[in-house]
Design a protein around this ligand. Structure first.
Ligand SMILES: [Zn+2]
Ligand SMILES: [Zn+2]
Length: 62
C-alpha cells in the first residue's frame, strides 16, 4: 500500500482537472463551479459543490 494519502479538499471540476495538464491552463476560466450551487426548494442539499481548485482563491490557505 503505497498510495498517496488523499488530501481533504473539495474535488476539482472537470474543467479544472483538465486545466492542470500542460497546455490546458485556459480551461481554468471555463470552470463554472466557483461557488456552491444549492438545489431549489431544498435546504442543505447542493446541486454542485464548489470547485476545490486553487485558481478560484478563497477557502483554506495552504
Ligand atoms: Zn482551476
Ligand atoms: Zn474550478
Amino acid at each position: 500500500m503505497s498510495t498517496p494519502t488523499a488530501i481533504d479538499r473539495p474535488p476539482l471540476s472537470a474543467e479544472c482537472t483538465l486545466a492542470r495538464q500542460p497546455g490546458y491552463m485556459d480551461l481554468h476560466g471555463e470552470c463554472r463551479q466557483a461557488k456552491d450551487v444549492p438545489l431549489p426548494h431544498s435546504h442543505g442539499i447542493l446541486l454542485a459543490r464548489r470547485c476545490g481548485c486553487t485558481c478560484h482563491g478563497g477557502g483554506d490557505a495552504l
